[in-house]
Design a protein around this ligand. Structure first.
Ligand SMILES: Cc1cc2nc3c(=O)[nH]c(=O)nc-3n(C[C@H](O)[C@H](O)[C@H](O)COP(=O)(O)OP(=O)(O)OC[C@H]3O[C@@H](n4cnc5c(N)ncnc54)[C@H](O)[C@@H]3O)c2cc1C
Length: 450
């Protein structure tokens, strides 16, 4: 039976000619089988048209600054996706190469009738969509499977701050925060012969850099993500408010790598959290992060084409940073010095090492880390470039709207307000070493990583 689904979760990218044939979900950002609206939409269409459903993945040999560790995490997760899909009679095809070439080719060679993809606001994915559109004539849909309220539905413009989006979310969330349907085995399976995926060899075929730190304690996949979520709900949610800003405590959820790769949906996280009783007021601060802050990042990257450059900052921030452009800097470091944690500041160096070794820097230190890059580089443009490079290269959850927005917040005051004017920062919010000391046991944190 076809599953009811809120049609506002999808956007038609191209009308196209209706024809008979298999349906393709080109999976990209939401690499999971459960709780995935893009897969659910494909499944519905397959049932309606009595056609097979194929999940198609294009493994780009080089993606931004992603390294071997990041590809390894992703490929292990995809291997699990392929096995789970098999049990539902849904084919999984993975090809090495670029989507704008591979997707149209696959459609042409296999007489595909409909193309679906999941949504990402990042320029690279939006450009791939545009290029694919030019080359195909079948209908093409985009489904927002990453946000609880689709980005185009919650707001039609770039939001100024969390409080402006929060109000809109409060009005609309009731219509979207629903339980996900479970998929059953499809009757028809795509029967073309494709060569089996050689998972172990794939990693050697990508053209990415092997860094010093290859292993991470984070284990990929949907099942593991659910385990992390359950542990968080059981052991940490009630104290989240108190411990989340202390880098010595394991007080946050650690879900960001899983949310980034789509191994878990934020809607599932919120649905499970809302089952926990007696923590209503404490839950709010967690909701504010996983719903408001997270969806605000997608809003920023979707409506601000220059989300990764100085021109993407608000005019007050550009003005104040320009006023202080020529201020004397006490310390100036090159990209390599930042990368190798060779600054004079042991707290900053510890945070950089935490990110390099574990693949995830604590959220509180990320703010300090970003702001000090502004303070210790020659221009805000250079600061932005270095911060994005390091964040994308070393964070498992990097290359994400949350990363671009977090960096734009730290360096360019995005979603923040003007503060007391000071050298270099102008009116951008400042953070200090002494401030860290007041907030938590800084020496303990430094000792952990240095
Ligand atoms: C300079 C800088 C860089 C950042 N880079 C990234 C990045 O590359 N990828 C990334 O996912 N987040 C990034 N963040 C946001 C935030 O620090 C992380 O999401 C958080 O630390 C992840 O840890 P957690 O899952 O344990 O968080 P929790 O506190 O458990 O929060 C749960 C979830 O809520 C969302 N969330 C929490 N804080 C924020 C926030 N400030 N903005 C947006 N969403 C938030 C995330 O999806 C997170 O996984 C960055 C922030 C800054 C200041």
């Amino acid at each position: 039976m076809v599953i009811l689904m809120n049609k506002k979760r999808l956007r038609r990218l191209q009308k196209g000619k209706e024809q008979k044939g298999s349906i393709v979900y080109w999976m990209s950002r939401d690499q999971r089988v459960d709780d995935n609206w893009a897969l659910i939409y494909g499944y519905n269409q397959a049932l309606k048209n009595k056609s097979p459903l194929i999940v198609y993945f294009t493994l780009v040999p080089q993606f931004k600054e992603a390294t071997y560790r990041i590809y390894k995490f992703m490929l292990e997760g995809l291997n699990q996706v392929s096995q789970k899909l098999e049990s539902l009679n849904i084919a999984f095809v993975l090809k090495l190469g670029y989507p704008e070439i591979l997707v149209p080719q696959f459609i042409e060679e296999n007489g595909i009738s409909l193309l679906i993809t999941d949504f990402s606001p990042l320029r690279i994915k939006q450009t791939w969509n545009e290029r694919i559109k030019e080359k195909i004539s079948i209908p093409f849909y985009e489904v927002d499977a990453h946000n609880i309220i689709p980005v185009w539905e919650v707001s039609s413009k770039k939001e100024y701050a969390a409080y402006t989006l929060r109000k809109k979310i409060e009005v609309k969330i009731g219509a979207f925060l629903e339980e996900f349907p479970k998929l059953k085995k499809l009757r028809k399976i795509w029967s073309e012969n494709t060569s089996p995926i050689e998972w172990k060899k794939l990693l050697n075929k990508v053209e990415v850099q092997k860094t010093e730190f290859i292993d991470t304690e984070f284990k990929p996949g949907e099942e593991y993500a659910m385990r992390i979520l359950q542990k968080f709900l059981k052991e940490k949610l009630t104290s989240y408010n108190k411990t989340r800003n202390d880098p010595n405590e394991e007080g946050t959820s650690d879900l960001s790598p899983y949310l980034h790769f789509g191994h878990i949906s934020s809607q599932r996280v919120v649905l499970e959290a809302s089952k926990i009783k007696n923590v209503a007021n404490l839950k709010n601060s967690f909701y504010d992060e996983i719903i408001v802050r997270k969806e605000l990042s997608d809003n920023f990257c979707f409506y601000e084409p220059k989300y990764d450059s100085f021109e993407g900052f608000h005019s007050w921030a550009q003005e104040t940073l320009n006023t202080h452009r020529n201020d004397t800097r006490e310390y100036i470091y090159k990209k390599e010095e930042f990368e190798n944690a060779k600054t004079h500041d042991d707290a900053w160096n510890a945070a950089q090492i935490e990110m390099k070794t574990t693949g995830k820097m604590h959220g509180y230190m990320r703010m300090y880390w970003g702001k000090k890059i502004l303070e210790w580089t020659q221009t805000p443009e250079e600061a932005l470039q270095i911060a994005i490079f390091l964040n994308n290269k070393y964070e498992l959850d990097g290359r994400d709207p949350n990363g671009y927005t977090g960096i734009a917040w730290s360096i360019g005051g995005i979603h923040d307000r003007a503060w007391k004017e000071r050298p270099i920062y102008g009116k951008i919010r400042y953070m200090s070493y002494n401030g860290l000391k007041r907030k938590f046991e800084l020496q303990k944190y430094i000792k952990t990583y240095l």
